[in-house]
Design a protein around this ligand. Structure first.
Ligand code: HT7
Ligand code: ZN
Length: 844
């Protein structure tokens, strides 16, 4: 397959002045008629007229009314064109009903829908399918479907047709069309400047009762973006559509966001607290793209982090404002370490702005999204919140309507603040996670911290330069008072010292507060010092971090030396758990120890080969020990976290349920599932029902409840997704793979629905001890199903192949087993470009 390079960027030779599309819908033979005015682009080099196009049947093409016969390949067409402006007309036929890849125009449960990012529009018509070609679209949809939607504002409609006009120039990846038998949950929003906007959430009949939360989240997001970023909505209408078959979470098409139904539909009976929080965040994320992504888009796909990193950063600010800021930050860091660090430290490592790709869909990664957001957070910390706001205002003023680059983005900050960001730019070009060591010195009232940074080599990048690290640090006196409040040390050198003078006693440093820079901190501090920070740190993130480090050290000791649990740490943790002035959500995070993959990663970093069985056994021993030690505490926590008010998915109630779930999990170790059964029987919301069901499965007494749950919810596909995943995750590793295998034969299992596939196979892949079973059964099951999925849906196959990315951490036998499965995937006949690139990178 061809590799595309950032350095080869050239502008397209023509501007698309306007685009008129007519769709005559038919499941297997939809006709798409395009009329486009092209004019030469004076800023582009001379080139042939090439339009992307894949899987299209060309019916007719004409230039200025004269039929032409373009030269066709499987990538697109070329055609001689006049030297001046001209009208391009083209009719193609496509087959949405056979489109299981879910890119371009496809059908889901009888509904027509589109997914065009990144390069799906070329499966709809011949077009310069690249984000720097922006145009004004007018769309006419013809068909019997009662609801027919596209981008922008509605135009004429009548018997069997509907027209839409989007006045804002946009790239083709933001095009969308939806048509089907849909019902809407209506709403409205009046912007700060007094414009009334019609809002709708469109769903399949029967799902109307699951829209109210999403609608409120949308209105809250619209208000927040006005108040915090000064950004108003810019059309008369904003539509959201829920679609069952969808490759990712949601898509920010201009004025017509399309959502995976799991990311918008919610009700207390069918959705968990975590679902509600995720839905709120995704609705906000897609809405925020209206400015960061749509009004200002990307020049090319290498600039993806320009819109994704910034929009993730904006949605995390939003969640912080709506819920608890420390809890959000801790959750984000857990996610970063769990998904982005393994990517950054393994064979799939790439810079936040990649420099080459074969298949762009493979670069919608945790590095581009989450590390991309961390980079924005660092920038804001370096310049301060006021300068950040000033820079953002300048960005919107200067680049509205542009297809921009990271250079444009950084220049705005340089111009707004007078800073030179040349070195900071390395965060965009250098892959890998910096490792930072710290040494301390104390003399005559002066405390010195010396930081050394080093980034290990990553594929294609052997030599790394020092990066700018905004390191937030505070100092505590030995009695626990904060003697130096948080300040940001700007580390720019490979080794750099900072002094603090005039101190009465040697302080205890609290380093990288709020995880101000996304690094691995290698600091050998004593257990006493960590316990001190756990008890006294005023930074809630670092207080949690101290506990996490103690938990990790305890786990590693148990695994490597056969030691028993560290009771000093458990006593410190118990004091936190008993402190009912602390937010229950925060205490729940304290109680959740590092997961098995995190421990495997740490073992590997410290030069040990992780043994998945030993990690699992340690987890079992430690959990049992905690349960027995806290036999008095657990009933107190269960009582304290009981919610008597009507269900609300807000931070307060969901925090209580999270702590209650952790307490129930320990209680089940002692009572064999009695409390879980009582909770299951009394549950009036999905959060309580599901946490109880999980404990029943874990206790070994879950089969009857699993059947009852299935009988109760078999009509609800999103709940049944949970049922598929939960039983795999709750069973012991020795049974989970076989259960997953059996579930793939269940009548409700389907390969064509990514949610169902991910719920089942993703549950095996995410279950460390099951996936890494010594006999290789986990690897074999994944490979079997990924090979089968590749013909159906290459994008989802390729994404899920990344489950193998950490393979080199493990022992030689496991490595050989995984390698054999990856080679089997590579040997598949007609392997997609998506999967071949991913597995190829992991094998190289
Ligand atoms: N910008 C979108 C990314 C995306 C996508 C979404 C759904 C299906 C396929 C997709 N390919 C790329 C989603 C976002 O980041 O907001
Ligand atoms: Zn996004």
């Amino acid at each position: 397959p061809e590799t595309v390079y950032l350095r080869d960027y050239t502008a397209f030779g023509w501007q698309a002045q306007d685009v008129h599309l007519t769709f005559r819908l038919a499941p297997h033979a939809t006709r798409v008629v395009a009329r486009i005015h092209f004019a030469p682009n004076p800023d582009a080099p001379a080139q042939d007229f090439f339009l992307h196009g894949e899987e299209l049947k060309l019916i007719r093409a004409a230039i200025d009314g004269t039929e032409v016969t373009p030269e066709l390949t499987d990538k697109g067409l070329t055609c001689p064109v006049p030297s001046g402006p001209f009208l391009w007309e083209c009719e193609v036929e496509i087959d949405p009903a056979s489109n299981t890849a879910l890119e371009g125009l496809y059908m889901s449960n009888g509904m027509y829908c589109t997914q065009c990012e990144a390069e799906g529009f070329r499966k709809i018509t011949y077009y310069p399918d690249r984000p720097d070609v922006m145009s004004v679209f007018t769309v006419r949809i013809e068909g019997d479907e009662p609801v027919k939607l596209s981008n922008g504002n509605p135009g004429k409609s009548g018997d069997g047709f509907a027209e839409w006009h989007d006045p804002w120039p946009k790239p083709a990846y933001l095009f969308a069309l939806v048509a089907g038998d849909l019902v809407n949950h209506p709403g409205s929003f009046t912007t700060a400047s007094g414009k009334k906007v019609e809002l709708n959430i469109w769903v399949r009949p029967g799902d109307e009762g699951k829209c109210a939360f999403g609608m409120e989240a949308l209105k809250t997001s619209m208000k927040w973006d006005e108040e915090v970023y000064g950004r108003e909505y810019d059309l008369d209408i904003f539509n959201i559509v829920a679609v069952d078959d969808f490759n990712m979470g949601a898509m920010e098409n201009k004025g017509l966001n399309v959502f995976n139904s799991s990311c918008v539909l919610a009700s207390p009976e069918t959705s968990t607290d975590a679902n509600f929080e995720r839905i709120e965040a995704i609705i906000a994320h897609e809405y925020f793209h209206n400015w960061t992504g749509n009004r200002i888009t990307c020049r090319d796909w290498f600039q993806l982090c320009l819109k994704e990193g910034l929009t993730v950063y904006r949605d995390s600010q939003f969640t912080s404002d709506m819920r608890s800021s420390p809890v959000k930050r801790i959750s984000d860091v857990i996610d970063l370490r769990g998904r982005q660090f393994p990517e950054d430290q393994g064979p799939l490592s790439h810079p936040v702005r990649p420099e080459s790709f074969q298949e762009i869909n493979n670069f919608y990664t945790a590095t581009v999204y989450e590390k991309g957001a961390e980079v924005i957070g660092m920038l804001r910390r370096l310049v301060g919140p006021e300068a950040y706001s000033k820079a953002l205002d300048l960005y919107f003023d200067r680049h509205d309507g542009d297809a921009a680059t990271i250079e444009d983005w950084l220049k705005v900050f340089e111009d707004a603040t007078g800073r030179d960001l040349t070195q900071f730019k390395r965060w965009y070009s250098q892959a890998g996670t910096p490792r930072v060591t710290v040494s301390e010195d104390w003399q005559d009232g002066t405390f010195t911290l010396t930081f050394s940074q080093m980034t290990p080599p990553t594929p294609g990048q052997d030599d790394k330069q020092p990066q700018v690290l905004p390191m937030a640090v505070g100092l505590l006196s030995p009695n626990g008072d904060e003697v130096v409040p948080t300040q940001v040390l700007e580390i720019t050198e490979a080794e750099q010292s900072f002094t603090f003078e005039g101190l009465g006693a040697r302080p205890v440093p609290s380093i990288n507060r709020e995880f101000s820079t996304p690094i691995v901190l290698e600091r050998d501090s004593s257990a006493e010092e960590k316990a001190f920070l756990l008890a006294h740190d005023t930074d809630p993130f670092n207080r949690w971090e101290a506990n996490r480090a103690l938990a990790r050290d305890c786990a590693l000791d148990m695994i490597l030396t056969g030691a028993g649990p560290n009771v000093a740490w458990l006593d410190g943790l118990e004091a936190v758990l008993r402190d009912d002035t602390l937010d229950p959500a925060y205490r729940a995070l304290m109680l959740a120890g590092p997961g098995a993959s995190e421990l495997a990663q740490v073992l590997h970093e410290r030069g040990h080969t992780p043994d998945p069985e030993a990690i699992y056994d340690m987890g079992e021993t430690l959990t049992q020990f905690m349960a027995e030690r806290w036999v008095d505490l657990l009933p107190k926590l269960l009582a304290e976290t009981r919610v008597t008010d009507a269900y609300r998915p807000d931070a307060e109630q969901s925090g209580k349920r999270a702590l209650g779930a952790a307490a129930l999990s320990l209680t089940t170790r002692l009572d064999g599932g009695a409390a879980a059964q009582a909770q299951y029987d009394a549950a009036d919301n999905m959060t309580l029902q599901l946490t109880a069901l999980m404990q029943l499965v874990k206790s070994g007494n879950g089969e009857a409840a699993l059947q009852a749950f299935y009988d109760q919810w078999q009509h609800d596909r999103l709940v049944i997704d949970k049922w598929f995943g939960l039983q795999i995750m709750g069973l012991p590793p020795g049974q989970a793979v076989e259960r997953a295998q059996a579930l793939t034969q269940h009548p409700d299992f389907t390969m064509t629905n990514p949610n169902r596939f991910r719920a089942t196979l993703g549950a095996v892949g995410g279950y460390h001890a099951a996936f890494h079973r010594k006999d290789g059964a986990g690897y074999a099951l994944l490979a079997d199903k990924l090979i089968a999925l590749d013909d159906i849906n290459p994008q989802t196959t390729a994404r899920m192949c990344s489950l193998f990315q950490t393979w080199k951490r493990y022992d030689a036998d496991r490595q050989a087993l995984i390698r054999a499965q990856m080679e089997r995937i590579m040997a598949k006949d007609k392997l997609s470009r998506d999967t071949s690139e991913m597995v190829g990178r992991m094998l190289s």
